[in-house]
Ligand binder design. Sequence first.
Ligand code: KG4
Ligand code: ZN
Length: 379
Amino acid sequence: MTEENINPSSQRRALILGIESSCDETAAAVLDMPAGRVLSSVIASQTDIHALYGGVVPEIASRAHVEAISNVTYGALREAGVTLRDLDAVAVTAHPGLIGALLVGVGFAKSLAFANNLPLVAVDHIRAHAAASYLTPERPEPPFVALVVSGGHTTLFDATSRTEYALLGRSRDDSAGEAFDKVGRLLGLPYPCGAAMDALAAEGKRLNAAARDADGATAVPSGTASPEAVEKTSVKIASPSTIPHFHSSAIDDDSLDFSFSGLKTAAVNYLNTLSQRGEAPDKPRFAAAFTDAVVDGLVRRLADALDRTGRRTAVLAGGVAANSHLRAAAKAICDARGVALCMVEPRYCGDNAAMIAAQGYFELVAGNTAGWSLNARAD
Ligand code: KG4
Ligand code: ZN
């Protein structure tokens, strides 16, 4: 770890073009680094296309990237008011992700860098999610513990520098985002379901708090279904007291790994049982109980990671880091430890290319440029 790698003020200025195509967003951004100034960030989302299938269809994603990538990139250059000649490097997501989708970005970035005689930088998508924290006013300095929670990944890192990360834990099965998406779909929410689940859970918590106030401090939801749930359907709403006490599975070893498949299955089983009985769930309260379990599983591991490493800074990143309940719980466990928490701004939580350019800059100054034989990797 060099001094140059830690202190942004000592680093040379560079304009970086970032390109992202690992899943269902085609994105390009131009960053003025190390100031962390986002000159442009253009995102073409394919979620409308994949919503028809209830999830990302890899071949459709690749084809949509091929269609969008030139216009998205030129849009980012235009919005930033720069030309290819002004750039200092091209950074691209090379792993992990859908292989066909990644290859579109890597092939495009490689041609652009080659034709314009620019350095090419390969960026790890998960590290880049954490690098979105450099675009916040706090601009955290390593070392820090990063919790990256997205649709594809749930990962805990110890970032020892801006380019060196040690894996602390990861999900052994589903990611937290996948769990929100799968359960949300069963509730009839549009894909991707994270943001709608977030709002529904907030409503459920309001109802629970109101019921507690009315009942005089009863901890469990009252037996009456929420008025919102009753109004929206003619099917009988199951009493909220039938909602199981969800919890994210404990991994019975000493690791900092996560597991969400047991929790997802418990939630799916509950919903299926109700459906067989011809009943509907109290959606807001169900979403609140499910969300609490996911969030608890995430922040427990974050707390363990902070306690084990002794780090004084934490970063919360990835699509699911936009979740208001997760943000509040992460803040509470960090405050309790006197740890500074940097939460990525919601607009940079989901997939974007500003985070790719941010991480790409630090790889560039650390000398980590890619050769012309760069290939994409799914894992
Ligand atoms: O990071 P991201 O854009 O893509 C991947 O790299 O996977 O994350 C997308 C995931 C989806 O599962 C989406 O439902 C979830 O982030 N998400 C949320 C929220 N906003 C997006 N999950 C929970 N609460 C939210 N507010
Ligand atoms: Zn992502």
